[in-house]
Design a protein around this ligand. Structure first.
Ligand code: HEM
Ligand code: HEM
Length: 169
């Protein structure tokens, strides 16, 4: 196996798109002045969660290609960054859900009343308070990760980026 399986490639790029949409639409969704951006933020944020919840079991089933040969430190850094990205892809939407419970008594998304956790619970307050910081961390790390992918392609000229792109022709 030299490239990522097509479903994994599709899930990678859909997740990246959903993260960008969630970030660009971020603000306080419970504020009336953010009605539209709030709907977009919560919907795209939940999409991130659903996509990663589908992606991890599929990754176990389909596997991933062996690391592109390179210095050990690069392989370790890539593994650590990918692990942290996966953790944040789960944690950021969950923390957003907790933050929403803290900010709003009720919230409807696409006309559906969202079940919210108990805003008084300690874990909800702690996780909710971390949402903005974790969201920023996810976007910064994804930016570094994208820069590393571009460096592989244009500086090291190896196949790292190509194997995460759909095969042409
Ligand atoms: C990957 C997905 C997400 C990212 C990257 C993200 C990112 C952010 C960021 C950076 C902010 C701060 C905006 C600012 O203060 O200018 C924010 C605010 C907020 N987000 Fe998210 N978010 C995501 C998903 C969610 C989800 C799924 C929910 C709710 C279910 C949510 C609820 C909130 C709430 C309530 C705020 C307002 C926080 C406040 O004003 O204190 N977010 N988000
Ligand atoms: C929010 C945006 C992004 C997130 C959350 C993200 C997340 C991830 C994760 C978790 C992996 C590990 C896949 C696995 O082994 O299961 C990965 C792989 C990869 N990503 Fe991203 N990514 C994002 C954006 C980008 C961008 C913009 C690029 C290119 C410019 C990119 C290029 C790659 C490449 C080439 C791989 C495969 C690395 C390899 O095969 O060794 N990613 N990404």
């Amino acid at each position: 196996m030299t490239r990522h399986a097509f479903p994994m490639i599709a899930l990678h790029w859909l997740t990246a798109l959903a993260v960008v949409v969630a970030y660009v639409s971020s603000g306080d969704p419970s504020k009336a002045s953010h009605a539209l951006s709030g709907q977009i933020h919560v919907t795209s944020g939940f999409a991130v969660f659903l996509l990663v919840a589908l992606r991890l079991p599929l990754r176990l089933l389909m596997g991933v290609p062996a690391a592109v040969p390179g210095p050990r430190w690069q392989q370790r850094a890539a593994r650590a960054a990918h692990g942290a990205l996966y953790a944040l892809l789960f944690a950021v939407p969950l923390a957003g859900w907790a933050e929403l419970a803290d900010k709003a008594h009720a919230f409807s998304v696409l006309g559906w009343a969202l079940p919210l956790p108990d805003a008084g619970a300690l874990w909800v307050r702690a996780l909710g308070a971390a949402h903005t910081t974790l969201g920023d961390a996810l976007v910064w790390l994804a930016g570094l990760h994208a820069a590393a992918a571009l460096a592989h392609h244009y500086v090291l000229r190896d196949g790292t980026l190509a194997r995460m792109l759909p095969r042409r022709g």
